[in-house]
Design a protein around this ligand. Structure first.
Ligand code: GDP
Length: 469
């Protein structure tokens, strides 16, 4: 039927929603296409768990700290500012005064004699911001745009402003490097009027603060400006008395502790012992650590916290929620994983037209890869490098799946369907995965050096190693 509909695809390929509906009509079935969110809701509904909408009534809402992202042009001082703010607030007594990088941190700030908190996303640049937004997670309340006063507005400054404005996130401008000779903070103010950022002293409503991230000048004023902007523009409240929901900020596989994820609680309170699902990872919160490495037992709205207890590594930008039982968490994660796999397959596979059928049959000229590694940075770096390999038109390289963590049965199953080489970078295959791979003749290769991996794949592409695929 599909062939008659003009869809030249094989048994393991995915089809579009429209084609599914057509196929249904042709075969006298009624097809109902359900969105991932609807599916989750349905599943949760069958367990009678609130999801999404049920945030409690007006009376349940309590004030929460603003969550801030620092953006701006390269070298304008984003990293330095994040460091200065973080270090200015180290509590000497704890963990020998060392603050750890966990992806986000909270600092106290004073406004009109009242001590409040501000949460900083500890990753400079808008990549993190955009990645999270692309996944539908709104993680930021306020953007600090850093502009170096000796350099002025630059392309990435404009880009950052565009991102923040598109996301409807209020902006505070930090005019940095005022200690440098030739710094011209007035010029920055003048330049930014072009982007609808008019300083208060010029009659606008954007707060500009002149700082030196290097010397620690005016950092308190900047924090104050963040709080003032939050109070003026936003109503930051959340219900702390419900099961926690939020977003994963970063995650990696720790050799000793297993998957470790930093999550930002957005509503509700996260407790040790909670069953949790983030993206397609699930688990039970065994321990929670704050940015000082101290154990905490409960995390309220806007609190970033490192969570130990996931059985696999969630992705940055994945939303998380707490559910009643481990079983439910696992089911949701399983479904999401299957869904992601299907979407991945669908997006990776080219649509094949009649004319291409011939070529499609010769698709053995494609080297398909699955890349698994111990952290998302390496996996991305490896994928980027491999994609850039160019050995001519006859062979093509495709990465059909990538992820953080050990090689799983799921990866092998994917590999069987698609004639794939599975690459493990600083990770091993789980026992069952190895068995399955041996049984099905799936090739797994292990690496711990990037150039070696690239080299070998290049050789494989050139046909020198003649891998069996
Ligand atoms: P990023 O690319 O925006 O994260 O910029 P960095 O934070 O890495 O800063 C780039 C360079 O500018 C580094 O050498 C910093 O030490 C320096 N820098 C940052 N802030 C200041 C400042 O306020 N004054 C001076 N003089 N140098 C600064």
């Amino acid at each position: 039927v599909l062939f008659h509909l003009g869809e030249m695809i094989t048994a393991t390929a995915s089809v579009s929603d429209e084609i599914l509906e057509l196929l249904g009509q042709e075969m006298n079935y009624q097809i109902q296409v359900v969105s991932p969110e609807e599916e989750d809701r349905e599943l949760l509904g069958s367990f009678d768990i609130s999801f999404g909408e049920n945030h409690g009534g007006e009376e349940d809402l309590a004030a929460r700290p603003p969550v801030v992202t620092v953006m701006g042009h390269v070298d304008h001082g984003k990293t330095r500012l994040l460091d200065t703010v973080r270090k200015a607030n180290v509590r000497e007594s704890e963990s020998g005064g060392i603050t750890q990088h966990i992806g986000a941190y909270q600092v106290p700030a004073e406004l009109e004699g009242e001590e409040r908190l501000i949460t900083f996303i500890d990753t400079p640049g808008h990549e993190a911001f955009t990645a999270m937004r692309a996944r539908g997670a709104k993680s930021t309340d306020i953007a600090i745009i850093v502009v170096a006063a000796d350099d002025g507005v630059m392309p990435q400054t404009v880009e950052a402003i565009n991102h923040a404005q598109a996301a409807d996130v209020p902006i505070v401008v930090a005019v940095n490097k005022i200690d440098v000779e030739g710094a011209n903070p007035a010029k920055v103010r003048q330049q930014l009027t072009e982007y609808n950022l008019v300083a208060e002293e010029y009659g606008g409503d954007t707060m500009f603060v002149d700082i030196s991230a290097k010397q620690g000048t005016n950092i308190e004023s900047l924090l104050e400006a963040v709080l003032l902007t939050a109070d003026a523009a936003l109503d930051l409240r959340a219900n702390p008395d419900m099961e926690a929901q939020g977003v994963a900020i970063e995650a990696h596989l720790d050799r000793g502790r297993g998957p470790v994820a930093t999550v930002l609680v957005q509503r509700g309170t996260l407790h040790v012992g909670d069953s949790i699902v983030a993206g397609d990872a699930s688990g039970r919160v065994r321990r929670m650590l704050d940015e000082h490495g101290a154990d905490i037992t409960a995390a309220t709205p806007s609190r970033p916290v490192q969570v130990i207890g996931f059985t696999s590594v969630p992705g940055a930008g994945d939303t998380f929620l707490v559910v009643d039982e481990d079983r439910v968490a696992r089911q949701i994660a399983d479904r999401r994983r299957a869904r992601e796999r299907n979407a991945e397959l669908a997006s990776r596979r080219k649509r094949v037209s009649l004319e291409d059928l011939d070529a499609a049959l010769k698709e053995t000229n494609t080297l398909n890869l699955i890349i698994k590694g111990d952290n998302s940075g390496t996996v991305e770096a490896l994928e980027d490098a491999l994609i850039k390999l160019d050995v001519g038109d006859e062979v093509e390289l495709r990465v059909i799946h990538r992820g953080v963590g050990g090689i799983t049965e799921g990866d092998i199953n994917l590999a069987i369907a698609d004639n794939v080489i599975v690459m493990g970078f600083n990770v091993r295959a789980e026992g069952k995965a190895t068995e399955l791979a041996n049984r099905e003749g799936v090739e797994i290769r292990y690496y711990s050096v990037i150039y070696q991996a690239i080299d070998e794949i290049e050789q494989a592409l050139k046909g020198m190693l003649k891998p069996e695929y």
